[in-house]
Design a protein around this ligand. Structure first.
Ligand code: GUN
Length: 280
């Protein structure tokens, strides 16, 4: 029977710590707002954006919502970002992804000032993370490190296998695990013998984006399994990339979906906002 790593509880602890820190910063006169930009009305994005605004309200940070129509041009969006970069009271700028097809995401990410890049997606943030310099860490991977540490999972010296190589999760995840002194293997859709490689993992981090793909044949007895996937199954129930019921008896610890990695992303976004306010 695996320990269920409770992301809801751990994210709540982090948000409560941040709430206290925000109050202390306010007492020193240090305040600031998070600008949240959504282009179009993708329903999943709207849920994420609402959760981010609610988290700001909970910890005591002002949020400024920019809900722009689907037809917004790249030029208009870049202009708004340039204005927000100049506003002293805005300490964080978040552009919800994905953007409509006619807008280049890379261009938009690179337009955000690295001092306000609370998503940690700007090349300067990624570069700083890679060489261990201070900067904003990508929220989902940083959240997974917190889940592991706060659940008492030892990382140093362990073999961590990451499935997925996206810029948002897989690549920064591998770098952060390396920073924690894990031995890291990164796998992806072209990897051969994936089950065999995964069976070598002490810590398996699954961010492949395929509903309930990873079964028992991928898991070593006693491994820690982190499921980054979030999908709806045939019955419209939330599920991850992992076959939870099948793996739970084999793993030593596992994250559920929902209530595992998901809530941690927002907690770490709030952490980055507080860091930005602290730095002034
Ligand atoms: N879309 C899916 N995940 C994220 C995220 O972490 N940040 C932003 N800005 N957009 C996303």
């Amino acid at each position: 029977m695996a320990e269920i790593i409770d992301g809801k509880k751990i994210s709540q602890q982090i948000k409560d710590e941040l709430k206290e820190k925000t109050a202390a910063l306010r007492a020193e006169g240090k305040i600031g707002a998070l600008a949240v930009i959504q282009v179009g009305a993708d329903p999943a994005s709207s849920v994420y954006v609402r959760n981010k605004k609610n988290a700001c309200a909970y910890i005591g940070i002002e949020s400024l919502a920019y809900e722009l129509p689907e037809e917004t041009t790249e030029e208009e969006l870049l202009k708004l970002i340039a204005e927000l970069n100049q506003k002293h009271e805005v300490k964080g700028i978040l552009v919800q992804l994905p953007l409509p097809k006619h807008i280049c995401e890379d261009k938009v990410i690179q337009a955000i000032s690295p001092t306000k890049d609370v998503d940690g997606f700007h090349p300067q943030s990624v570069g700083a993370m890679t060489i261990g310099e201070p900067g904003f860490l990508s929220c989902t991977p940083a959240g997974i490190i917190q889940l592991l540490k706060r659940s008492g999972v030892e990382i140093a010296g362990k073999h961590c296998v990451v499935i997925g190589r996206s810029n948002i999760v897989g690549k920064p995840m591998a770098l952060l695990m390396l920073r924690e002194n894990a031995t890291v293997t990164v796998t992806h859709s072209k990897t051969q013998n994936l089950p065999e490689i995964c069976r070598q993992a002490d810590i398996l981090i699954v961010a492949m984006g395929k509903p309930q793909f990873i079964g028992a044949e991928y898991i070593k007895e006693g491994a820690v399994v982190i499921d980054v996937g979030i999908h709806r199954d045939q019955n419209n129930k939330l599920c991850g990339d992992v076959k939870f019921e099948e793996i739970e008896p084999i793993a030593s610890a596992i994250t559920p979906v929902p209530g595992g990695v998901g809530p941690m992303t927002i907690a770490m976004l709030m952490n980055n906002c507080v860091q930005s306010i602290e730095e002034g």
